[in-house]
Design a protein around this ligand. Structure first.
Ligand SMILES: [Zn+2]
Length: 79
């Protein structure tokens, strides 16, 4: 869950456990998984857009319950 004040990101909260994610000057300073999904015609939620945030701990707990492991690959971050 994201809170904006005057179009600036001021707060990020894990939707699953309620943990406050560290935000400094609109920059998120710890790991957080952000989902933004628009449901399509073939779903029962056509026209609906869902967004949520998960802290890294909840992301790990939820994805570890998957029947099949998630796909991961390494990438180089350009700074
Ligand atoms: Zn959490």
């Amino acid at each position: 869950m994201r809170v904006y004040k005057d179009k600036k990101l001021t707060k990020v909260v894990c939707n699953n456990c309620g943990k406050n994610i560290k935000v400094n000057n609109s920059t998120i300073e710890e790991g957080v998984f952000f989902a933004d999904y628009k449901w399509g015609y073939f779903s029962k939620k056509d026209g609906r857009e869902d967004t949520f945030d998960l802290c890294e701990k909840c992301y790990d707990e939820i994805t570890e319950k998957f029947l099949y492991k998630i796909n991961t690959k390494n990438y180089t971050e350009l700074l």
